[in-house]
Design a binder for this molecule. Structure first.
Ligand code: CP
Length: 336
């Protein structure tokens, strides 16, 4: 069973084929590639882009999407193997995933970390449990990585630079301030896909406590080596921005402070200057800016950067639709 849980499980050639198909679906959006098929979209967390783009994407291909929100209209779910279900959950994933597999051809899952204990969150138990019990492909709609965002991001870069070959581009993945700790998923994903694409990737963050989980630091370093690019961490804002072709912004909570966020707060508050602004962007090589959205304006990036001609935020968000259609078609064996 081929799932889409992390892009690391897919070859870059296979990911590129999805992007090529996505471009064709962007030009010619209504094709019956999911005719008679259905997808269950299981959301444990809110969404604007992911929910809309999957639902509309399935519809444009003649398929049907069902949105389920466990604990809010669908039964609250338990996940532990051998769990004694004496809490509030009425349903176990082992039944939920198998039943949904009888109704649907695909299952998408969004489940963010609990932000209490990273050693637990990093196991990605919810989507792994769905993948274990489902008999249809499972799609990661953001857990501790966000692979659909990766595809949309790379497609936006390929389109803006006019080439599928991004090798040698200088890519800055910058931490930004946010008033509360956020998921590392998009940062993990950006590090994975930018290094797969062979770019020279700098992870810019306030200090080493904001490094990503060693799994993703390690994957990024190995990806870079395999693709002929590089992966380094920097805490020097001006050096990182200098000559950059791409600036990708995201905020995330520092992993050592999971479950102890009050201690992180003063560190976070002291780094509001990581905002992406005109001065920093002026040091780049006329670089493009992007963010996965949603983004707090004038906290993560200024209005001028968000709305400027080098901003790819809306293109990247639009591309979620096209790449997910290509992905769903591939996973049901209809590649167009
Ligand atoms: N980027 C993204 O996944 O957006 P949503 O959280 O709105 O789905």
């Amino acid at each position: 069973m081929k799932h889409f849980i992390t892009t690391q499980d897919w070859s870059y050639d296979d990911l590129s084929a999805l992007l090529t198909h996505a471009s064709s679906l962007k030009r010619d959006p209504v094709q019956p590639l999911l005719k008679g098929k259905s997808v269950a979209l299981v959301f444990f967390n809110p969404s604007l882009r992911t929910r809309t783009s999957f639902e509309i994407g399935a519809w444009q291909m003649g398929g049907h999407a069902v949105v389920l929100e466990p604990g809010a209209g669908a039964w609250e779910m338990a996940f532990g193997p051998g769990e004694v279900m004496d809490g509030s959950a009425e349903e176990h994933v082992s039944e939920a995933a198998r039943v949904l597999s009888r109704y649907c051809d695909l299952i998408g899952v969004r489940c963010f970390p609990k932000f209490k204990d990273w050693s637990v969150d990093r196991e990605d138990r919810v989507i792994r449990a769905f993948a274990q019990h489902a008999t249809v492909p499972v799609i990661n709609m953001e857990t501790i990585t966000h692979p659909c965002q990766e595809l949309a991001h790379v497609l936006a870069l390929r389109e803006r630079f006019g080439t599928d070959d991004l090798r040698g581009k200088k890519y800055v993945l910058t931490w930004t301030y946010h008033p509360r700790p956020l998921n590392t998923a998009v940062a993990n994903s950006a590090a994975l896909i930018a290094t797969r694409a062979g770019m020279d990737v700098t992870l810019l963050c306030p200090d080493e406590r904001y490094a990503l989980d060693e799994r993703y630091m390690d994957h990024a370093a190995k990806n870079a080596e395999a693709a002929g690019g590089s992966f380094t961490m920097s805490h020097d804002i001006d050096a990182a921005y200098g000559g950059a072709d791409v600036v990708y912004a995201k905020s995330w909570g520092a992993l050592p402070f999971f479950g102890n966020w009050e201690e992180e707060k003063p560190i976070r508050d002291a780094n509001r200057h990581f905002i992406v602004d005109e001065r920093k962007m002026s040091m780049t090589n006329n670089g493009v800016f992007s963010h996965c959205l949603p983004a707090r304006r004038n906290i993560k990036a200024t209005d001028a950067v968000m709305d400027g001609p080098n901003s790819l935020i809306i293109e990247e968000a639009e591309n979620r639709l096209h790449v997910q259609k290509a992905l769903m078609a591939a996973l049901v064996g209809a590649n167009g």
